[in-house]
Design a protein around this ligand. Sequence first.
Ligand code: AP5
Length: 215
Amino acid sequence: MKKIIMLGAPGAGKGTQAKQIAERYHIPHISTGDIFRANLKNGTELGKKAKEYMDQGLLVPDDLTCDIVMDRIRQEDCKDGFVLDGFPRTIPQAEALTEALDKINQKMDVAIDVAVPDESIVERMSGRRACLTCGATYHIVSIPTKAEGICDKCGNAVVLRDDDKPETVQKRLSVYHEQTQPLIDYYKKQNILQTVDGTQPMEEVFKAVTEILEQ
Ligand code: AP5
C-alpha cells in the first residue's frame, strides 16, 4: 500500500510518522504545512497569503491548497506512491483528491488516523521545536536536539512555531474537530480507514503503521 493519507489532529504525530514512512518505503512525503512554511521562508505570494491564515490557526483556503497538491502528485517521483501529511483537511479537499485520482484511474490505498486526545496535544505542541530550514521536528522532552536550540540535521536554529502558541493551538483544535474530523467518516465509507493509537511511544506507533501498510 503506497498511496497513503495521514489523518489526525494538529500535533498528533502525522509528520513524525509520515517522514519515517517516506524513508522506509522510498516514496515522497508531501506535507502541505511544510510547503506553506517553505513558501513563507522564500517570501512568495503564496507563503504570505498562507501565513495570514496559519497564524490565526485557520485553514488556508481549499483552492490554494488543492492546486499545489494536485500538481505535486502528478510529478514523476509520485508514480509509485506518496504519503500525504496534512492533506486533505476538509471534505472539499478530499473530494478534489478523489476526483483527480479517478481521472487517472487511481485511488488512495489507505487513510491512517493517528488518534490522540486533545489534552495531550497542547502539551506536545508547546514542547515541539521545529527547524524552519530543513523541516526536522523535535520535542524538548521526548526528542531533544543534541545541542540546545540547534537542528541536529542541518545546524540551523530550531524554534517554537508561531502557530504552536497555546491560544493558537486551541483554535487549530477546534478547526480540526469542525472541518477535518468528518474525513474519518468519509474514508470509513470508502473502506480505507485505519486507526492507530498515537499516544504510544513513537516507535510503537510506527510499528502499528507498518503492520497496516504491510498487511
Ligand atoms: P501542519 O504543518 O500540517 O500542521 P498540523 O496538521 O497542525 O500538524 P502538525 O505539523 O502541527 O503536527 P503533526 O501531527 O505533524 O505532529 P508532529 O509529528 O510534528 O499545518 C500548519 C498550518 O498550515 C495549518 O494550521 C493550516 O493553517 C495550514 N494548512 C496545512 N495544510 C492545510 C490544508 N490541507 N488545508 C488548509 N490549510 C492547511 O508531532 C508533534 C510533536 O509531538 C512533536 O514535537 C513530536 O516530536 C511529538 N510527538 C510525535 N509523536 C509522538 C509520540 N508518539 N509521543 C510523544 N511525542 C510525539
